[in-house]
Write a protein that binds this ligand. Structure first.
Ligand code: DP6
Length: 389
C-alpha cells in the first residue's frame, strides 16, 4: 500500500551575532573558514526563524516557502543540506527496514522570520539552522547539534553556530573534507544569562555587498587579512573563551570591539574597498566609546556584521545607564519604549547622540538565548501545503 501520510516536524531557531568574526573561506563549496569564530546566540523571543519540514510519498518536488514566497532551492547550499540529511536518514532506513522510506520522499519546507530578511540581521544563519534542525527532527536523526553543524555550515557558514544557545565557537578545523569544521558550545545561556544586546537597525534595506562575495574579495586582495586570520584571531579566540568562562565582561567587551574593528579594517583593505559601516554606524561607535570613557570601565561593546546595523552588548546590571544614554538619541524610535533608565551623566558628550536621532529606524532590545526549540505549531496544513494566514 502506498504511504499517503504527511510527516511533519517544526522547530524555531535563533539568530547569532559573532564577537569574533568569521570572514574568509578556504573552501567555498563546503564553507570552510580561514579562522575560527565565536558568537552569542540571541533570544528567540525577539528574533527567530520558525520552520516546518514535511515529507510525503505524494509530494512531487522539493519546495521551500519563506515568509509566504516560494524560493529557488536549486542552489548548491540548499542542495547540499538536503542531500546530507537524506543520506543520514537513508543509513537509518538501511539499518532498520521497518522504517518508512522518508529519504526517498520529496520535502516541503515552510519558514517564517519574525524580523526583516537580509537586513543584516543574520537571517541566513537562523534560516539554515532551522531548516537543518527541522529536517533532522522529521527524519528522527540521532546526530547531536555539533554533528548537524557540519551540514548547517554548508548552507551558510554562520548557521552552524545557531544550532546551540548561549556562547558558541565554530572551530575552523583542518581537514580537506571539512569533517572537523564544527560548532561547539563554549557555555550555555544559563552560564551568563545577564548578557543583553541592543540592536540598532540603521537600515532595513537589503545589504550591499553580500558576505559571501565580500569575504572572497578580502581573501583574494587584502594584505592585512592573512595576519588577521593566522595571528590575531587564534589568540583572540583563546582570550574570548577564557573571558566567557570567567564572566569577565571588560575583556569580552574589549575583544568584541577590537575584533569588529579588525574585520571592518580588512574590508577597507579589500580592493575595491568594502564599506559596511556608514556614518550612523560610526556615530554608534562614538556613543559607546564615550559611555565607556565616562564610566571608567567598559560597560558596553559594539559589533557590526556585513551591514550598517550596530549590535551593542552590555550586562543587565548596567542596563539603566546604557539605555539611559541611548535614550538621548533613540527615545522616539520604534522598539525603544523603555522606562527606569538612568540620566545621562553630566560629563557625557551628548553631541555624539545626534546622528542616531535621524539614522536609526528601529531598535530591538534582546539578550542571550537558547538554541533551536522543537515546537508543535505547524506551518504546513494537513494537505501538505503551506497554511495561508
Ligand atoms: C560578518 O555566514 O553569511 O556575519 O558562509 O557565505 O553564508 P556564508 O557567509 P555568512 O557570513 C557571516 C559573516 C559575518 C561574521 C560572522 O557571523 O561570523
Amino acid at each position: 500500500m502506498v504511504d499517503q501520510k504527511i510527516y511533519t516536524a517544526s522547530t524555531t531557531a535563533p539568530v547569532n551575532i559573532a564577537v569574533i568574526k568569521y570572514w574568509g573561506k578556504r573552501d567555498t563549496a563546503l564553507n570552510l573558514p580561514t579562522n575560527s569564530s565565536l558568537s552569542v546566540t540571541l533570544s528567540q523571543k525577539d528574533l527567530r526563524t520558525h520552520t516546518t519540514a514535511s515529507c510525503s510519498a505524494s509530494f512531487e518536488s522539493d519546495t521551500l516557502h519563506l515568509n509566504g514566497e516560494l524560493q529557488n532551492i536549486s542552489g548548491p547550499r540548499q542542495t547540499a543540506c538536503f542531500r546530507e540529511l537524506r543520506s543520514l536518514r537513508a543509513a537509518l532506513e538501511a539499518a532498520d527496514p521497518s522504517l518508512p522510506k522518508l529519504s526517498t520522499y520529496k520535502l516541503h519546507i515552510v519558514s517564517e522570520n519574525n524580523f526583516p530578511t537580509a537586513a543584516g540581521l543574520a537571517s541566513s544563519a537562523a534560516g539554515f539552522a532551522a531548516l537543518v534542525r527541522a529536517i533532522a527532527d522529521l527524519y528522527e536523526l540521532p546526530q547531536n547539534p555539533t554533528e548537524l553543524s557540519r551540514i548547517a555550515r554548508q548552507g551558510s557558514g554562520s548557521a552552524c553556530r545557531s544550532l546551540f544557545g548561549g556562547y558558541v565557537a565554530w572551530e575552523q578545523g583542518e581537514k580537506i573534507d571539512g569533517s572537523d569544521s564544527l560548532a561547539v558550545e563554549i557555555a550555555p545561556a544559563s552560564h551568563w544569562p545577564d548578557m543583553k544586546a541592543a540592536i540598532l537597525v540603521v537600515s532595513a534595506a537589503k545589504k550591499g555587498v553580500s558576505s559571501t562575495s565580500g569575504m572572497q574579495a578580502t581573501v583574494a586582495t587584502s594584505s592585512l587579512f592573512p595576519h588577521r586570520a593566522r595571528v590575531v584571531v587564534p589568540q583572540r579566540m583563546e582570550e574570548m573563551i577564557k573571558a566567557i568562562k570567567e564572566r569577565d565582561f571588560e575583556t569580552f567587551a574589549d575583544l568584541t570591539m577590537k575584533d569588529s574593528n579588525s574585520f571592518h579594517s580588512v574590508c577597507l583593505d579589500t580592493s575595491p574597498p568594502i564599506f559596511y559601516m556608514n556614518d550612523v554606524s560610526k556615530a554608534a561607535i562614538r556613543v559607546v566609546e564615550e559611555l565607556n570613557r565616562v564610566s571608567g570601565r567598559k560597560i558596553a561593546a559594539y559589533t557590526f556584521d556585513a551591514g550598517p546595523n550596530a549590535v551593542i552588548y552590555y550586562l543587565e546590571k548596567d542596563e539603566a545607564l546604557v539605555l539611559g544614554v541611548l535614550k538621548g538619541g533613540l527615545e522616539h524610535v520604534p522598539g525603544f519604549a523603555v522606562s527606569g533608565t538612568a540620566a545621562i551623566p553630566e560629563e557625557y558628550d551628548a553631541s555624539f547622540l545626534e546622528p542616531l536621532k535621524e539614522g536609526i529606524t528601529r531598535v530591538i532590545l534582546t539578550g542571550v538565548g537558547e538554541g533551536p526549540i522543537s515546537v508543535k505549531e505547524s506551518l504546513v496544513g494537513e494537505d501538505g501545503l503551506l497554511l495561508k494566514k
